[in-house]
Design a binder for this molecule. Structure first.
Ligand code: GLU
Length: 472
């Protein structure tokens, strides 16, 4: 059914995109339905004392797949959370993890709450209680189900959840791996906080290195000077905007937030906008750009790259035809509906799909989980060894050539990689490999017409192989 008859749910939208991929694949009969079904969903309602009165909160955790364990995915705190949304997001996690070779099943959780209405102390009580509910019912553990941050949650909430699990299961030596995205001082990995935004940067770099894709868009290769509009300055959007502006020299010409949008063709300073938002709670009143009260209209402004980095369904059949960007990078999960996707593709827009574009978060979560199970920080064992070997290499070059190695080259050779370096390198490599696999699928399969289809076909091949190997 399409949007003309009855609005499709987020879950329907994801399923339709998956169906499109399954239809062109030669899957064993029935396997498509196995892939699409959500294994289990937990719904909990629990009271927490808020200023002397009990308030009841409702939350969900969906496990879409467990062909690999643990099942993985974030937990969001948001008023729009419901079972359908959590199931759709859990399904996306299954395909995302498979695409980028992160050995997890797909899961997602959410609590229906407006976190801005509660004090830190109240949020801690609510989060810990939610974690107790999940852990008690087998939906939180380092072996079976590992949450991470998502919309409305961050390192602080993940720390509370991990600590709650530790209190419940102190004999589990791997307790710290029950949650990822934790504070670095409490088992988190360096680089996780920025990982999804950093991943968006790496994805765009990779896209603009592929001339045959870029030429369809009418743009030149390379990112420098590209005009970017970004929707959502949350953890993903702000990091992506910052890295792209600072390191790749794109021009951020539009910023869309909950209270409206800023437009300035000459470029907007990300740091200045973030400062303004900290002081005023929104973008209105920012002095160095034109303000548009109707933020959604700013999605339709001319630009080279549009980065939706907020919530699902913001590009739909009513506004899709007016989108002018030739490239859309889906930093959010599900920002484009199924019907809008068709309209955009017909208009020649290149879409870098969510299951690839925002996979940086779960990739670095995987690194954090490995670090937690290994009980050692990356680089701790080998850093000094590599430094002293580097120093010997420099000495050998100088002795053999009788020329002193310039200091900046010496520093680079002698420096042993720290945790940040290793996490970034692992993220970059994982993203590039996934891109190459998708691109290979796109080039070699005439039925695969776009990157989203390539991403789903690549992911589904891997998952179906796993199902066929272990049975279902
Ligand atoms: N919430 C993020 C996502 O949607 C991260 C999930 C994770 O790290 O497990 O991909």
């Amino acid at each position: 059914m399409s949007e003309q008859n009855q609005p499709l749910s987020f879950r329907d939208n994801v399923d339709l995109m998956v169906d499109q991929a399954i239809n062109i694949m030669d899957l064993d009969g029935g396997l498509g339905n196995v892939l699409k079904s959500c294994n289990s969903v937990l719904q909990v309602s629990f009271p927490v004392d808020i200023d002397g009165t009990p308030e009841v909160f409702t939350g969900w955790r969906a496990v879409h797949s467990d062909h690999r364990l643990p099942s993985k995915g974030g937990i969001r705190f948001d008023l729009a959370v419901d079972q359908e949304e959590v199931e759709a997001l859990a399904a996306l996690m299954t395909y995302k993890c498979a695409l980028v070779d992160v050995p997890y099943g797909g899961s997602k959780g959410g609590l229906r709450i407006d976190p801005s209405r509660y004090s830190r102390h109240q949020l801690e009580a609510i989060t810990r209680r939610f974690a107790r509910e999940l852990a008690g019912k087998g939906f939180l553990s380092p072996a079976k189900n590992v949450p991470a941050p998502d919309m409305g949650t961050g390192a602080r909430e993940m720390g509370w959840m991990a600590d709650t699990y530790r209190q419940l299961f102190p004999d589990d030596i791997n307790y710290i791996g029950a949650v990822t995205g934790k504070p670095v001082g409490f088992g988190g990995v360096r680089g996780r906080n920025e990982a999804t935004g950093r991943g968006v940067q790496y994805v765009l770099r990779e896209f603009f290195r592929h001339h045959d894709l870029v030429k369809n868009t009418g743009l030149s290769d390379g990112l420098a000077g590209k005009r970017v509009i970004i929707q959502g300055m949350g953890n993903v959007g702000r990091h992506a905007a910052h890295f792209l502006a600072q390191e790749d020299h794109v021009r951020i010409i539009g910023v869309i937030e909950h209270d409206g949008a800023l437009i300035n063709a000459h470029g907007i300073s990300v740091a200045a906008v973030l400062n303004h938002m900290r002081e005023h709670g929104g973008v209105e009143g920012f002095p160095d750009a034109e303000f548009m009260a109707d933020g959604a209209r700013a999605l339709e402004q001319a630009c080279d790259i549009l980065i939706p980095a907020a919530r699902e369904g913001i590009i739909h059949s009513d506004n899709a035809a007016r989108i002018q960007a030739p490239v859309i990078a889906e930093a959010a999960n599900g920002p484009i509906t199924y019907d809008a996707d068709r309209i955009l593709r017909d208009n020649g827009v290149e879409i870098i799909p969510d299951l690839f574009c925002n996979a940086g978060g779960v990739i670095v979560s995987y690194f954090e989980w490995i670090r937690n199970l290994a009980h050692v920080r990356f680089g701790r064992i080998e850093k000094r060894f590599h430094e002293s070997r580097g120093a010997h290499i420099v000495s050998a070059i100088e002795m053999a050539s009788n020329v002193e190695v310039p200091e900046w080259i010496r520093d680079e050779i002698v420096r042993g990689a720290d945790e940040f370096d290793l996490v970034r390198s692992g993220l970059d490599d994982t993203m590039r490999l996934a891109f190459q696999e998708m691109d290979e699928e796109r080039r070699s399969n005439p039925d695969v017409k776009d990157l989203r289809m390539a991403a789903y076909v690549t992911a589904i091949h891997k998952i179906s192989r796993a199902y066929l190997d272990i049975g279902y």
